[in-house]
Design a protein around this ligand. Structure first.
Ligand code: B12
Length: 271
């Protein structure tokens, strides 16, 4: 689209868009042969994101820095580019940059896309690089912790949803909780009240909380096959009389993406 079209879509005047591009480097539209600017949908998202920051009281220079448009850092827009940069930031031991990239992904894209197209592929690649010995466990921890903290901050335990509640936990011994946190964010976005118990939770403890909170859903995550197998007897024992459904997920339970599972759930009012 041309500059008039993006100005109309976003409500930001054309002159301001040119200034943001020239002074702050937050937009990099392609040029036609006649040198006219051509903007993409990703540019629209960036402009809307910047507008939202200005409405919160940020100055444009500060917002541009948050977006990663520093002196030597061209702004990244496509999810696969952000994923690649997150792997690079990990290999370069730069958690501040990793944090900016995760923030960028979660603000520029809806949570499903940020999780499926940035966070999950980047962490997968980081795990592969760790297994090959190309990156150290400290570098992996630094980025995982940035992601974990950011997703945890998005979960609001006061948001009780439309009445339907989901209790989320990892099985006993299981410390891989990022997938479960992503699931929590998506469930919350779909209107569920999320009770997040996190890593390493014995199944009977989670069941007791699900009963006490009258939950409709108990979501259990496992990445390590041995830990999933150890939890199976307790999971099999859960009575349907408790009134909640049990969802198993994570690599050791088939690894279906949380986004697909959340999409397949009935609307929350009916749950
Ligand atoms: C980050 C990470 C860690 C962190 C976790 C930090 C945290 N707070 O979560 C720490 C450092 C703790 C860790 C520890 C270990 N890790 Co680790 N880790 C990873 C890594 C790099 C990323 C995992 C991740 O977060 N992925 C992103 C999320 C989004 O994906 P996901 O978990 O699969 O979740 C998706 C779906 O499965 C689904 N989902 C998940 N849960 C649920 C639940 C429900 C109900 C539903 C519906 C869906 C769902 O939704 C998500 C996507 O939408 C992977 C690399 C890889 N290739 O996976 C290795 C990896 C999983 N780890 C591995 C290993 C070996 C370990 C350790 C044994 C290392 C060690 N020697 O100590 C320990 C085990 C710790 C334990 N007891 O759990 C291996 C596992 C090999 C195996 N057994 O198959 C991997 C594959 C690395 C590798 N390439 O070898 N790890």
């Amino acid at each position: 689209m041309n500059i008039q079209a993006i100005a109309k879509r976003t409500g930001v005047p054309a002159a301001t868009l040119r200034k943001w591009e020239q002074r702050y480097g937050v937009l990099a539209p392609e040029r036609t042969e006649g040198s006219h600017r051509r903007y993409s949908e990703a540019d629209v998202l960036r402009v809307e994101w910047l507008k939202a920051r200005l409405a919160e009281g940020y100055r444009i220079g500060e917002a541009a820095r948050l977006l990663g448009a520093g002196d030597d850092e061209a702004p990244a827009a496509a999810p696969e580019e952000l994923a690649r940069e997150l792997v690079d930031a990990t290999a370069a031991s730069d958690p501040a940059r990793a944090e900016r990239l995760v923030e960028q992904a979660l603000t520029l894209f809806p949570p499903e896309r940020a999780l499926d197209e940035v966070v999950a592929p980047a962490l997968f690649e980081i795990g592969e690089a760790w297994a090959r010995g190309d990156i150290g466990v400290g570098q992996e921890h630094a980025t995982s912790e940035v992601v974990r903290a950011r997703l945890r901050a998005l979960l609001d335990s006061r948001a009780t949803g439309a009445g339907a509640r989901a209790v989320l936990c990892c099985v006993a011994g299981e410390r891989h909780e990022i997938g479960l946190l992503g699931l929590g964010v998506l469930l919350q976005g779909a209107g569920w009240g999320v009770v997040y118990l996190g890593a390493d939770t014995p199944v009977p403890e989670a069941v007791a909380i699900a009963v006490a909170r009258s939950a409709s859903l108990l979501c259990v995550s496992a990445s390590e096959p041995a830990l999933a197998a150890a939890a199976e007897p307790d999971l099999d024992e859960i009575s349907t009389e408790n009134g909640f459904r049990v969802l198993r997920g994570g690599a050791a339970f088939g690894g279906e993406p949380a986004s697909a599972v959340v999409r397949s759930l009935p609307p929350v009012a009916a749950a």
